[in-house]
Design a protein around this ligand. Structure first.
Ligand code: IPM
Ligand code: MG
Length: 370
């Protein structure tokens, strides 16, 4: 039997309640397929600050280092931000730190609008085309998020300057481009690379480098789009996209936009992967939406993004493709059966039933054993 150690870091806001559902689904998957997960929970985010004074406590980091994968909830409670310096806030001190620490440069965000949720897509039916099925491949450890210098300085006379630096090397672009081309080969063999080559030096290098990588993958069609045009094309003709290849910040923005097209940010899972480590790739799996403090603790959050993130973990880090597919199918069937959390509920839809976080999780577990 295959055994794996996972670090479960639920974090803040809706993190704990959606994590609970994902762990429940993983337990059911274990019972059906031949694997065993040793799950160890760790504090992170404001929960880490409260427990141990740091958004990423040393114990939590040590736990991550000895785990085979990290299943992450979400961090951040903007209301509490003024109480600690910005470098110590969870987004930077935990999330970005983990991404950098583990070299998780490749972020995969699959957006798929289920046919049963066509009404939850903000686009009119005729714009949805044959359905929306996009993989956003986002570079995650470079660009403006991490470039130096990064600082705020007082220029005197009431004037302040804030600097972020957008910086990429051709090697960083090459490795994420390779991820996109390989992913495209398992899909519809098209990569749309996003840049701002008409203005940015970074954009010029991005386009040249991606084109060069593309020449080694003649069986994949490559297109380039400026990011502003892509933001527009995404709502005008989303069916044109298979794999969208983006630098860090463009990917952050466009993946939220794409998530809305997929019905809800509450449905978008995400896998962050580093370079291969033997057979199994160490990875970090998190819902792409935030901690949603406004609905936290009320049993209102959609647990599907967290559950689908757990499925991505089984697939990418542990090679458990059948178990991952079983979870994805169970999610699909729960949706087809009419279960809806608030974010995907439309009272006009016949047969739809509004449920809470735990009911949705339980229904997905029930579909797993059906
Ligand atoms: C995401 C989030 C994070 C990001 C935030 C919480 C720092 O928006 O994962 O998309 O910007 O990367
Ligand atoms: Mg984001």
């Amino acid at each position: 039997m295959k055994r794996f150690n996972i670090a479960a870091l639920a974090g803040d806001g809706i993190g704990p309640e959606v994590m609970r559902e994902a762990l429940g689904v993983l337990r059911v998957a274990e019972g059906k397929f031949d694997f065993k997960l040793e799950v160890t929970e760790g504090a992170v985010g404001w929960a880490g600050i409260d427990a141990d004074g740091k958004a990423l406590p040393d114990d939590t980091l040590a736990l991550c280092k000895k785990s085979d994968a990290i299943l992450f909830g979400s961090v951040g409670l903007p209301e509490r931000d003024p109480t600690v310096p910005k470098e110590e806030r969870p987004e930077r001190a935990a999330l970005l730190r983990i991404r950098k620490e583990f070299g998780l440069f490749a972020n995969l965000r699959p957006v798929k609008l289920p046919a049963a949720l066509a009404h939850a897509c903000p686009l009119a039916k005729e714009r949805q085309g044959g359905g929306i099925d996009i993989l956003v491949v986002r570079e995650l450890t470079g660009g403006m998020y991490f470039g130096q210098p990064k600082k705020t300085e007082d220029l005197g006379s009431g004037n302040v300057r804030a600097i972020d630096t957008m910086v990429y090397t051709s090697l960083e672009i090459e490795r994420i481009a390779r991820v996109a081309f390989h992913a495209a080969k398992l899909r519809r063999r098209k990569v749309t690379s996003i840049d701002k080559a008409n203005v940015l030096e970074n954009g010029v290098l991005w386009r040249e480098t991606v084109s060069r990588v593309g020449r080694s993958h003649p069986d994949v069609a490559l297109e380039h789009q400026f990011v502003d045009n892509a933001a527009m094309q995404l709502v005008l003709r989303p069916g044109q996209y298979d794999v969208m290849l983006c630098e860090n910040m463009f990917g952050d923005i466009l993946s939220d936009e794409a998530a809305a097209l997929g019905g809800s940010l509450g449905m978008l899972p995400s896998a962050s992967l580093g370079a291969g480590r033997g057979e199994n790739v160490f990875g970090f799996y998190e819902p792409a939406g935030g901690s949603a403090p406004d609905i936290a603790g009320k049993n209102l959050a959609n647990p599907i993004a967290q559950i689908l993130s757990a499925a991505l973990m089984l697939r990418y880090s542990f090679g458990l493709n059948a178990a991952a597919a079983a979870i994805e199918d169970a999610v699909q069937r729960a949706i087809e059966a009419g279960l809806r959390t608030g974010d995907i509920f439309n009272p006009a839809e016949t047969g739809a039933r509004k449920v809470g976080t735990s009911e949705m999780g339980a229904a997905i577990c029930a579909e797993m054993v059906r």
